[in-house]
Design a protein around this ligand. Structure first.
Ligand code: NCD
Length: 309
């Protein structure tokens, strides 16, 4: 396996199946045998131009639990962007301060732009409605942990539900599934929020079948993994349209009565209304464990791109 040292993590599409499996295996090792000094002497900059809880905190926790340091901001208003500094200039500074840059930004393609002016690896923590590759590594880590036979080519049905138009986590995960063609993909989305055509065409070209479901209930009954997402309110061009759709889709414990016993529900979080609280106590709920997997997965990513392992 060629080293991943110095690699930017901009889109999951930039990674081969072998590289993805190597990152997952490294994360598994770190989860089983934590290495408290793995990132000692290294510094991470977290530049968050858009709100985040899990992504920023788990990158920072990943770094600190391996002995590394963190600088950064969680609100663009507290950075020089407020004074009119360009993103490229901000990156030209930060790459001199830190060994690795994790950035979240509302504009599609901003992480790639940052990588063009940085000699340090840039990890995309989410760019607009485009990509969220570190979330995808942790989603794959979670799915492979629940259904290990998938890695040997066993079939699996994964249903994407919710805002498939603006949700970057589903775009990234669908791209990753190109490497796992035994996954049958179902989709269920409120009208107008279906998966964009170019993602569907790309999936098809890679041999991944994507089938729309008639209802959320049908997806619940067919799926092994139900990947729920919230409506991306901040990316809706029209607030009235948002209010109209908001109430239309929600999963409750009662709806899970006819699910497969092994069904597991994932969600990148934050959840808003789309998963009722009574689902949390069912055996199907797995979203909080999924969020916990962000630590070993992000430790692995940072260690690999900084050349620490
Ligand atoms: C996701 C994101 O930011 O795209 N959150 C996350 O990173 N876990 C999902 C979302 O905000 O809906």
């Amino acid at each position: 396996m060629p080293s991943l040292a110095g690699r930017h993590v901009l889109s999951i599409a930039d990674f081969s199946r072998d590289e993805i499996l190597h990152i997952l295996a490294t994360a598994r090792d770190l989860a089983a045998r934590p290495r408290r000094d793995l990132l000692q002497g290294r510094l991470m900059a977290t530049l968050f131009f858009e709100p985040s809880t899990r992504t920023r905190l788990s990158f920072e926790a990943a770094m600190q639990t391996c002995g590394g340091g963190v600088i950064g901001f969680s609100d663009a208003a507290s950075s020089s962007t407020k004074k009119g500094e360009s993103l490229a200039d901000t990156i030209r500074m930060v790459e001199q301060y830190a060994d690795v840059i994790v950035m979240r930004h509302p504009r599609d393609g901003s992480a790639r732009l940052a990588s063009e002016v940085s000699r340090r690896p840039v990890i995309n923590g989410g760019d607009g409605a485009n990509q969220h590759p570190s979330q995808t590594f942790l989603d794959l880590f979670t799915i492979a942990g629940l259904f290990p036979a998938l890695l040997e080519g066993a079939p699996l049905t994964l249903a994407f539900a919710g805002d498939l138009k603006y949700g970057r986590t589903v775009h990234s995960l669908l791209t990753a599934l190109h490497h796992f063609p035994t996954v049958r993909v179902l989709t269920v989305a409120p009208r107008g929020l279906e998966m964009p055509e170019h993602h569907l065409a790309e999936a098809k070209a890679f041999g991944v079948t994507v089938t729309p479901c008639a209802s959320l209930q049908e997806a619940v009954e067919e799926a092994d993994v139900l990947y729920m997402t919230r409506l991306q309110e901040e990316r809706f061009p029209d607030p009235l349209e948002f209010d109209h759709i908001k109430a239309s889709y929600r999963i409750t414990a009662a709806m899970l009565k006819s699910a497969k016993p092994a069904l597991r529900i994932l969600h990148p979080l934050p959840r808003v209304n789309e998963i009722a609280q009574d689902v949390d106590a069912t055996v199907h709920a797995h979203y909080f464990q999924q969020a916990g997997n962000g630590i070993p997965v992000r430790q692995a990513l940072v260690a690999l791109v900084t050349g620490a392992c």
